[in-house]
Design a protein around this ligand. Structure first.
Ligand code: ASP
Length: 294
């Protein structure tokens, strides 16, 4: 089989990005794409590339994933993540876990297991048993998020969910999403990011998608699957736009999504003011970065 041209695209969440955070959002997404691209160029799998890219974003406090996530009502970082393999439809997810440095890595390990979704203590125990990096729950709290929580400040540029979709040289697609959820959420609240069909979807025959935004609005319109279904007849940019329009027409809320089809064509859309995006393919010398769809 002739090799396929790899592609990777990441998002840094549907949100408003204040002027002073533009550079950090672009730099973070660029670094994530570079990490994933290095995997793809060496012939690594799409799922490996997605994990590599999201790991970078989970360490970057600019984004609402891993370290620096927004805090729940209790002032804790409690995160969700999921990953899906378009070749086999295998998926793995963790939700409402604390003290796991890279929830996307735990989700990827769960792709090989049954059950595939573990929450709270079970997810934390699984990560520990698998030898993944764990830490105290306090170690994931950034100073900025702590102050925001303490002052209950209404910040304009609250950090947001991250996601990645990739196409590897073997023509396999994968999608992943990782989030700290919503600011001040009650303990145990789980949004769309851990849910296949809503927060992500990947099917080699059609495409791959990662979403971001108001989980309570994304779930009832199964946003990722809605975008993938639209992709059967449309360019990824049109499919992404249609999925967001579907959400807006049926429920209120802000959302965004990134999409890739099996030919490596990309698309994204959002109805939030901004959404940081970066992508890379063989035609580019360096990743293309954006903070909003033109
Ligand atoms: N979708 C995430 C959630 O509802 C949050 C976000 O993307 O802003 O948990």
């Amino acid at each position: 089989m002739s090799s396929v041209k790899p592609v990777i695209i990441v998002h840094g969440g549907a949100k408003t990005i204040s002027e002073d955070k533009v550079a950090a959002n672009q730099a973070g997404c660029r670094s994530a794409v570079e990490a994933g691209w290095a995997v793809l160029r060496q012939g690594g799998s799409a799922a490996e590339a997605v994990e590599a890219a999201i790991r970078v974003l989970e360490l970057d406090q600019t984004f609402n994933a891993g370290f620096g996530s927004t805090l729940n009502r209790e002032g804790e970082v409690e995160v969700d993540a999921a990953i899906m393999n378009g070749a086999t439809l295998a998926w793995g997810a963790v939700a409402a876990v604390q003290g796991v440095r890279h929830p996307i890595a735990a989700a990827r390990k769960l792709m090989e297991e049954r059950p595939c979704l573990l929450v709270a203590r079970s997810g934390e125990r699984f990560a520990h048993e698998q030898g993944l990096e764990t830490c105290t729950k306090e170690a994931l709290v950034s100073e900025e998020q702590y102050h925001e929580w303490k002052e209950e400040a209404e910040v304009l540029d609250r950090p947001n969910t991250v996601g990645c979709v990739a196409l590897d040289v073997n023509g396999n697609l994968a999608a992943g999403t990782s989030t700290g959820g919503t600011t001040g959420q009650p303990q145990g609240r789980v949004g769309d990011s851990a849910l296949v069909g809503s927060g992500l979807y990947a099917d080699n025959q059609v495409g791959a998608c990662s979403t971001t935004g108001d989980g309570e609005s994304i779930i009832p319109v199964v946003l990722a699957k809605t975008a993938i279904d639209a992709l059967r007849h449309q360019h990824p940019d049109e499919a992404a736009q249609l999925a967001i329009e579907t959400l807006v027409s049926r429920v209120e809320g802000e959302a965004g999504c990134i999409l890739l089809d099996p030919q490596g064509r990309i698309g994204w859309a959002h109805n939030s003011q901004d959404m940081a995006v970066a992508y890379m393919n063989e035609d580019l010398e360096q990743p293309a970065t954006f903070t909003r769809k033109k």
